[in-house]
Design a protein around this ligand. Structure first.
Ligand code: GLN
Length: 196
């Protein structure tokens, strides 16, 4: 049974914990380095990336998370979590940092403000049918991907909204709020692959 942590500084922590538990993972909430050290994978939730960034520094979590990513810990980020995984961000607030690890450029709030949130059905080849009902809430967009970054999902106009590279997975949207479990399943497969 894989042990998966959800970074619990801010954001939709419960929703992720619920999906992971439903899929059979042993879930823990991670706020301290000692808690991070006990998990086989980590989810970075949706929320507000600049707040999670600040809190991660206040809690002494930034370096441990960066080190864990460097060491190959599987990490799945949704929305704010994807921003935190990106090596480069556009339109961050002043001084905003990311953990990095994912060789992408992400634009924060790429679709506008809260009122510009939207939902769309996406065909995602790596998951197969049926399509994913994707919810975008002040969502980021992946504007550029480096070599070795797989584009898992695009909007009808080709803009990239889900990526995977090595042990890192990121989506602009929130599978955890729609009962969509296949991204978390994919993530747990990545965790299992690293354990075996
Ligand atoms: N706009 C938020 C940020 O910059 C992300 C929104 C979300 O996670 N739903 O972090």
């Amino acid at each position: 049974r894989p042990r998966v942590g959800v970074l619990a500084l801010q954001g939709d922590v419960r929703e992720h914990a619920h999906v992971l538990a439903a899929l059979g993972a042993e879930v823990s909430l991670v706020r301290r380095p000692s808690e991070l050290a006990q998990v086989d994978g980590l989810v970075l939730p949706g929320g507000e990336s600049s707040v999670i960034d600040k809190l991660s520094r206040a809690f002494g979590m930034r370096e441990p998370i960066r080190d864990a990513i460097d060491a190959g810990l599987p990490v799945y980020g949704t929305c704010a979590g994807l921003i935190l995984l990106a090596d480069r961000i556009v339109d961050g607030i002043e001084g905003q940092q990311t953990f990095g690890g994912l060789d992408v450029t992400v634009r924060r709030n790429a679709f506008g403000s809260q009122v510009d949130s939207f939902e769309v059905d996406l065909d995602i080849p790596v998951l197969g049918p049926p399509s994913v009902h994707a919810v975008f809430i002040r969502a980021p967009l992946v504007e550029a991907t480096g070599d070795g970054v797989q584009r898992l999902a695009t909007l009808a106009d080709g803009r990239v909204v889900a990526v995977r590279a090595g042990s890192l997975l990121g989506t602009s949207f929130h599978p955890e709020v729609t009962g969509e479990h296949r991204f978390h399943r994919l993530f747990l497969d990545m965790v299992d692959a690293r354990l075996s």
